[in-house]
Design a protein around this ligand. Sequence first.
Ligand code: NAP
Length: 236
Amino acid sequence: MAKTILITGASSGIGAATALKFLQKGWNVALLARRMDKLEKLAKGHDNAHAVACDVTDEASVIAAFKQAVDHFGQIDALFNNAGIFPVSGRFDTLTLESWQASVDVNLTGMFLCAREAFRHMAASGGRIINNGSISSISPRLNSAAYTATKHGITGLTKSIALDGRDLNICCGQIDIGNARTELVENLIKNADGPMDTMDVADAANAVFNMANLPLDTNVLSMTIMANKMPFLGRG
Ligand SMILES: NC(=O)c1ccc[n+]([C@@H]2O[C@H](COP(=O)([O-])OP(=O)(O)OC[C@H]3O[C@@H](n4cnc5c(N)ncnc54)[C@H](OP(=O)(O)O)[C@@H]3O)[C@@H](O)[C@H]2O)c1
């Protein structure tokens, strides 16, 4: 029987590329995001795709979206907890509460709500949750305190879910991606001082697929995949 994955933030970027990969590999894919027009375009021609409107910051919306996906496909085997934003940023003393709060709402509370809902559905027969962190979960970009703090938070969330899920056959891992070409990164490139090295988003999608395709007695707890020439490593 085909396996089922829910992908949040499936309307663009890494989420859309990952959805296509799983669809091509014959998985059932529930596509979650707010922009239904984009999800429906992606789902078109794929009998194994199901588009579901979801705002990950809204508890009722998350609960309803997961129920709709389970009603449609009958089960959830995996969640790619991917929806995220890079809020308007600036030097730390100029960071607004609004921008901080927006980042926490989507990147941390949204990830928590979706992971909790997946965990509840997986409690009876196991499953896998893959959280999309970032290189920023390890080391910050300049002027990005809100994004960086939430992405560091995701690492704690990942480890806690992996531990709490251990006896229930629920695996949890985190993928930390560096500079995959998406709308989010295109916006960063526009505001960057110099050139930014990037990688193909399809390679990030392949990495998520490989993590998800493992048996439930095996877990990739943490994976870093990045544009090889980006200045992540190195010191003066
Ligand atoms: N690209 C990279 O190199 C990179 C590196 C590190 C980490 N990441 C992480 O990868 C994830 C995806 O980023 P991306 O680069 O693919 O950016 P993107 O193209 O801007 O995609 C962001 C996705 O998140 C969804 N989203 C945002 N707010 C949402 C909300 N309130 N409810 C539901 N969905 C929401 C958007 O869908 P709607 O607007 O339709 O709701 C969209 O599908 C993020 O968590 C980001 O931090 C990306």
